[in-house]
Design a binder for this molecule. Structure first.
Ligand code: PBG
Length: 325
């Protein structure tokens, strides 16, 4: 029953046929666009390791959000790099801080744009870790969780459409859900960075968010790259704790994890095409070694084919425009 009766190429001969039998298609609705907020006014400071991406003051972030929305992007995720850093990460708790200001300003300009907020301490702590550090140099889980829940509350009160904990402490989803519910914010969803790996692909982001750890690394809280059963454990725990969406991060090197998670849960699965994945394509394209647009389409299609319902990507605005043209 094989060749010559079977000729799979028949369905590949024209673009029209290829479109008819295409199994995975991308849409602007699939993407979430990250924004990096810094103090000041009129600031648009390029991130050298991420061509086309800039650190933005609140006013510039609003303009960028408007541009993204007009291009067809429906959601952004906010990261802040506050000027003040201390051991507790107290800048992240400031109700008038960069993230709350930006939420309010974007919502005033663009009410239908969905605003997610990354919840973490790493860009607000002087040591650059995602939680509190004990005198012995350990990351203290339970006191960090308490603070992180308060950070989520601060952002939800400011009008965030979702809070997205990226710290990888145990139990933070439950703590956030309880605190939000007790404060009348039961309608605010939690997007959990459930399976976040200790990855070498976060380097450029740490320049953009000014969040590199001052000592050690994140391997005592972020996941070990070889593990997939552990990812399922993390995801199932977070769903049990009340996560409304779960995330796998990075995306490209973890497509098998995305597929396993997609098959294991009934909540939407988010994948994060992280800074290093973006910068690799950019760097090769700048040297003329790769077709940037084709590579962006191919990597994002692969992530969606693996099972992602939504993709956080620095290509969100470009993709929305490319999809229109
Ligand atoms: C903060 C955080 C990181 C990223 C998202 N949230 C960096 C890290 O864990 O060091 C990485 C995103 C990217 O590389 O694009 N905890």
């Amino acid at each position: 029953m094989g060749f010559p009766l079977q000729r799979p190429r028949r369905l590949r001969r024209t673009e029209t046929w290829r479109r008819l039998v295409r199994e995975t298609t991308l849409s602007a609705d699939d993407f979430v666009y990250p924004l990096f907020i810094v103090p000041g006014r009129g600031v648009r400071r390029p991130v050298s390791s991420m061509p086309g991406i800039a650190q933005l003051s609140v006013d510039e972030a609003v303009r960028e959000a408007r541009t993204a929305f007009d291009a067809g992007v429906r959601a952004v995720i906010l990261f802040a790099a506050p000027a003040h850093k201390d051991p507790a990460g107290s800048a992240a708790l400031d109700p008038d801080g960069l993230v709350p200001q930006t939420i309010k300003a974007i919502k005033a300009e663009c009410p239908d744009l969905v605003v997610w907020t990354d919840v973490c301490l790493c860009s607000a702590t002087d040591h650059g870790h995602c939680g509190h550090v004990t005198p012995a140099g350990e990351i203290d889980n339970d006191s960090s969780v308490e603070t992180l829940a308060k950070v989520a509350l601060t952002y939800a009160r400011a009008g965030a459409d979702a809070v997205a904990p990226s710290d990888m402490m145990d139990g933070r989803v439950l703590a956030m859900r309880r605190l939000l519910d007790s404060e009348g914010l039961s309608h605010v969803p939690i997007v959990s960075y459930a399976a976040k790996y200790a990855s070498s692909f976060y380097g450029p982001f740490r320049e953009a968010a000014e969040s590199a750890p001052a000592f050690g690394d994140r391997r005592s809280y972020q996941m070990d790259p070889p593990n997939v059963r552990e990812a399922l454990r993390e995801v199932l725990l977070d769903v049990e704790e009340g996560a409304d969406l779960v995330m796998v991060k990075p995306a490209g090197p973890y497509l098998d994890v995305i597929r396993c998670v997609r098959d294991a849960v009934n909540v939407p699965v988010v994948a994060y095409q992280v800074s290093g994945e973006f910068s690799l394509i950019k760097a090769a394209a700048e040297r003329g070694w790769i077709d940037e647009r084709a590579a962006a389409f191919e990597t994002l299609t692969g992530i969606k084919r693996a099972g992602a319902d939504l993709i956080i990507t620095y290509y969100a605005v470009d993709m929305a425009r490319w999809l229109r043209s």
